[in-house]
Design a protein around this ligand. Sequence first.
Ligand SMILES: *[C@@H]1O[C@H](CO)[C@@H](O)[C@H](O)[C@H]1NC(C)=O
Ligand SMILES: *[C@@H]1O[C@H](CO)[C@@H](O)[C@H](O)[C@H]1NC(C)=O
Length: 163
Amino acid sequence: MALKSLLVLGLLIGCIALPCAQAQLGGLGGLGGLGGLLGPLFSLLRIQGILYCTPNGNAGANATATPVFPNALVQLQCGGNVVSSATTDNSGVFSMLLDPINFLLSTLLSGCKLAVNTPLASCNATLPSLGGLVSDLQFIGSTVAGLLNIGNMGPTGFRFSAN
Ligand SMILES: *[C@@H]1O[C@H](CO)[C@@H](O)[C@H](O)[C@H]1NC(C)=O
Ligand SMILES: *[C@@H]1O[C@H](CO)[C@@H](O)[C@H](O)[C@H]1NC(C)=O
C-alpha cells in the first residue's frame, strides 16, 4: 500500500515538474526542453565590440584617444555565409544578439568570423578605400541579466584584409 502511494506520488510529481520546467525554459528565448541537452545553457548569445578608425581597426595604446569607426557594417560570417550583422553606432560599438538554439558556441568560435567590408576610407580618407577588416571570435564570459543568462563573445582583434 505504501509502495503504491509512493509510485502514484512519483508519477504525479513527474507529470507536473516536466511541463513546468519546459515552460520556464521556453519563456527564456525559445530554448524549449532541448536547451538543457545542448551543453551550457545560455538563453542568449551576444557578440559585442568597438571598431576603431585605425589601419587595423583596433585601438592604440590609449583607447579613449583613438578615433572610433561609426556606421560600419559588421557581419558575422560562418562558412562563407553572412548569418548576422550589425552597424556600429557613433561610439563605434556593435552588438549582435543570437538565439543559441541556432548557434553552438564551439561552432561560433571555430567556424565563424567577424568581417567589415565598409571601407576604412569612410571614417578617415587617408585610410584604404579597398579591402576590409576581419577578426576571429573569443568567448569572454557570461552575465546574468534578470532571468537571462547571456554568453558574451567579442573579437580576438581585427586585422586588415586586402580581400
Ligand atoms: C588617454 O587619452 C585621453 C584623451 O586624450 C587623455 O585624457 C588621457 O590622459 C590618456 N590616458 C593616458 C594613460 O595616456
Ligand atoms: C587618419 O589616419 C591617419 C593614418 O592612420 C592618421 O595619421 C590620422 O591621424 C587620421 N586622422 C584622423 C582625423 O583620425
